[in-house]
Design a protein. Structure first.
Length: 142
């Protein structure tokens, strides 16, 4: 009986610790392909920062031609640059066709145009957003 309680307690602790270990594990957000998050819901970007790496958040919609055009280059940037992680933030809720400007995440960040980038440094501090971030990212793509 005592061993079963210990085993149950350890299993419960492992379940609780798993999300934290995923955040600490670089492969959670720096796998082979960029991580896709949000799907229209509000999001806490700090949960997806990759410690020690520059993290680029790409707010996009599959209904946005410029977003689709730049997506392959962002994937290559993520793959080729070990110091950069790209996290794609889908602003569309699953049931909305067209760019979902009224989604919780679009409203949360006051998005008026996409693609919209937020670039955080390896220290987790915001380095650039909007047009300056776009220029920074496209500079890395050249």
């Amino acid at each position: 009986m005592h061993n079963r309680r210990i085993t149950t307690a350890l299993a419960f602790a492992a379940v609780l610790a798993a999300p934290l270990s995923l955040l600490a594990d670089d492969t959670h957000t720096k796998g082979d392909k960029p991580l896709h998050i949000s799907h229209g819901e509000e999001v806490k970007l700090a949960d997806y920062l990759v410690p020690g790496k520059t993290t680029v958040f790409d707010f996009y919609s599959e209904y946005c031609p410029p977003c689709r055009a730049i997506a392959p280059a962002l994937e290559k940037l993520h793959e080729k640059r070990a110091d950069i992680a790209v996290v794609k933030v889908d602003i569309n809720r699953p049931d909305i066709k067209g760019i979902d400007w009224h989604s919780p995440v679009a409203t949360e960040f006051g998005l008026e145009s996409i693609p919209h980038f937020k670039v955080y440094g390896p220290d987790g501090k915001l380095k650039a957003e909007g047009d300056p971030a776009y220029e920074m990212v496209t500079g890395w793509l050249e």
